[in-house]
Design a protein around this ligand. Structure first.
Ligand SMILES: Nc1nc2c(ncn2[C@@H]2O[C@H](COP(=O)(O)OP(=O)(O)OP(=O)(O)O)[C@@H](O)[C@H]2O)c(=O)[nH]1
Ligand SMILES: [Mg+2]
Length: 292
């Protein structure tokens, strides 16, 4: 046990960099929700990866974003806290998009904290990625850089080896069979939120939250789940419900399938659309909904 290594590894980067996709790929399991829209992740998500002689504790974070909105301020605070608390930072750069102002700010913060940092170029499978120079010119040259694809798994294994080498000696910090510290209730809320991102247009998913009211596995047959979909206004409620309830039905089916795949059991899912005009402006409510 003497040479065992363990520690927290932060996944940092702007929205849509591929942080959650990378987390899911290294874990070999879907833990964090992913969408083509930026700013999908709203929480710190712990994903535990056991390795030979090591335990890597990945922390997925919301994409860092400059916006005066209360939710974004709360999300940037999560990014800051995770960057401060980690042993190793991964700074993700979408290779098709390149280095941005957000990368520069994060890199300066990490350098000031003297945090060991690895630059990770993501989405290497994309043709657009290969059109850009690698390694990235603007990235600090003294940090190691790895190019990966969460889709094809290219480059993942060398990256994991470099992470383990950068971790401090430590006994395992979590039980061997644990995957995350998030409760099942929260994972369900996230899978419902993923269905919202998949099925609703444009801006609507950003002003919505999911609140699981009931998670009951005491019945032998199906797990019963009830959840509120919070919207800000009546006009949004009408869109989420859809004509004759068609949209809410689609959302329910999509989310139920994801949850069933996760738990390996039949699920009975009931969704309600509720108008809560203040959730996006209320710090306590944002925290209560688990976005921290
Ligand atoms: N082709 C390709 N697409 C990828 C890869 N990794 C991520 N994507 C896509 O990029 C988009 C964003 O991925 P996410 O993993 O949600 O990105 P994120 O950094 O977690 O985004 P936020 O949570 O919004 O900050 C999704 O459409 C993914 O399918 C990859 O390796 N290859
Ligand atoms: Mg994400």
């Amino acid at each position: 046990m003497d040479d065992f290594r363990a520690g927290f590894v932060a996944l940092l980067g702007p929205p849509n960099a591929g942080k959650s996709s990378l987390l899911n790929t290294v874990l070999g399991q879907r833990l964090a929700i992913v969408s083509a829209k930026p700013q999908t992740t709203r929480s710190r998500i712990l994903g535990i990866l056991p390795r030979e002689g090591a335990q890597i504790l990945f922390l997925d974070t919301p994409g860092r974003h400059a916006s005066p909105k209360k939710l974004n301020i709360a999300l940037n605070a999560v990014v800051e806290e995770v960057a401060r608390g980690c042993e190793v930072a991964l700074l993700l750069v979408d290779r098709a998009g390149g280095w941005t102002q957000v990368h520069q700010e994060l890199a300066e913060g990490l350098a000031a904290m003297a945090r060991p940092t690895i630059i990770v170029g993501t989405k290497s499978d994309l043709r657009r990625a290969r059109a850009h120079a690698w390694p990235i010119d603007e990235a600090p040259g003294d940090w190691p850089a790895f190019s990966v694809s969460a889709k094809t798994e290219e480059g993942i294994e060398p990256l994991l080896q470099a992470i383990v080498e950068a971790l401090p000696p430590s006994p395992p910090l979590y039980a061997e069979d644990e995957l995350t510290d998030r409760p099942m209730r929260w994972l369900c809320a996230e899978m419902i939120r993923e269905a919202l991102f998949d099925l609703l247009d444009q801006e609507l998913p950003y002003s919505m939250a999911v609140e699981v009211l009931r998670y009951d596995e005491s019945k032998s047959k199906a797990i019963r789940i009830e959840a509120n979909l919070l919207v800000e206004r009546d006009s949004q409620k009408r869109i989420v419900v859809g004509k004759g309830g068609s949209m809410i039905k689609k959302i329910g089916i999509r989310a139920r399938r994801s949850i069933e795949e996760w738990v390996g059991r039949q699920v009975h899912l009931q969704l309600f659309v509720k108008i809560d005009p203040s959730w996006l402006r209320n710090d306590r409510r944002i925290a209560e909904l688990g976005y921290h």
